[in-house]
Design a protein around this ligand. Sequence first.
Ligand code: EPZ
Length: 458
Amino acid sequence: MSTLLSASAPTPSGNGNGDLASGQVLKIRGGRPLTGRVEVKGAKNLATKAMVAALLGETESVLRDVPEISDVNVVRSLLEVHGVTVQDDGEGVLRLDPRGAVSAHFEEIDAHAGASRIPILFCGPLLHLLGQAFIPDLGGCRIGDRPIDFHLDALRSFGATVDKLPSGIRLSAPEGLHGANITLPYPSVGATEQVLLTGVRARGTTELRNAAIEPEILHLIAVLQKMGAIISYEPNRVIFIEGVDSLRGYDHRCIFDRNEAASWACAALATDGDIFVGGAKQPEMLTFLNVFRKAGGEFDIHEDGIRFHRGGALKPVTVETDVHPGFMTDWQQPLIVALTQAEGTSTVHETVYENRLGFTRALNQMGADIVVHPEGFASPERRVPRRALEQAAVITGPTPLHGADVVVPDLRGGYSYVIAALAAEGESTVRNVEIIRRGYEKFLDKLTALGADYDVIG
Ligand code: EPZ
């Protein structure tokens, strides 16, 4: 039975807190600027990893500012099937007690792994705790092949045996794990986290080269240091880890979610709105703010957040996604929606993932003029070295957008469709919207707070 709920009324949803639920469809009437204030909580890409780190402690951990998103729920379920008790104290505070940790059955793990990539990070902690681990095939956004070769090579370097099974990976390390010398072929966020979560309790020292250094990585290092780990963060992407015999629980407040903050900033650009993002901080967003300003956006930095609005006509930009401190790949999708309204031709080189521009097809259905070059292309002003798998999008604007019927392909693409529908004239239908709940908490409440005109069906 489908229920038509208007945005003017408080928007109940499957879980009653202004959030998206499975099977829901959004009917969006665009053409109105988004104005108002939203609060951004803890970063999805730190909170989930810090929860896994709690497995390594011998006492309870406390994690604060945890967002209410489905990726957190997936990790919570996986911890609980392994005997960790997770208590939600409300207000984003989770207490995680690993003292009852046990092996879990494959079926249980598989049932809870969800569409997430986080399960791969359970390998090291489970090997230290239980001497074995089973990790089902991973989910995660379909923005590329999402291989895990860097992870498996690292785990073998630590002394684990790794067997690829049709349904996932079985690992064992009956004699425990020893320190390793690892150089990553690419500064992979996940593989860096894999080495951190494994090296801290390995016998001896681990040396990691070409590591990722995103702010979320540094906060994971801070979490592990609070637990008793010895990790030195060296120049030139080098990390040394001195393995210790035991770790205790931590008490940590998550860094804010840069990806959500950048998403709402792009929403202000795309709809000619004015959005105050509470919790956003300038240092972690420097590169984004430069591009935002060059595209014609204005921002005001406050103690408690950042105000994003348009300064006038939007201007075309050339952007290359890259590892930190470059322009994050997670920021390009919402930005492209705004660039459809810029006066001129913009270029976005996506150098991190090989299939993260597919979402632009639906934007073209809405009236955008975006041409994707599947092999990318060289351009004189490039800063980031070309990668074999990169692609490029050329966006010519301004093009008025009109409503369409679209299906959400991935997390950031889904957010981008909603923003495009809000910027478009007329009504759009956006399906498969529950994917957005993987990374944006209380999404419907926030849309309502910003004056969006929409109905929830289902
Ligand atoms: C993390 O993914 C984030 N996800 C992604 O955010 C983010 O886009 C990405 O880092 C880059 O910043 C989480 O933290 C849960 P990678 P991750 O390993 O760790 C290749 C979002 O929207 N690679 O840095 O999976 C890979 O194919 C999500 O919040 C290998 O080849 O990213 C890609 O080309 C989307 N082999 C590149 O490295 C490996 O073993 C970067 O991937 C691992 C990665």
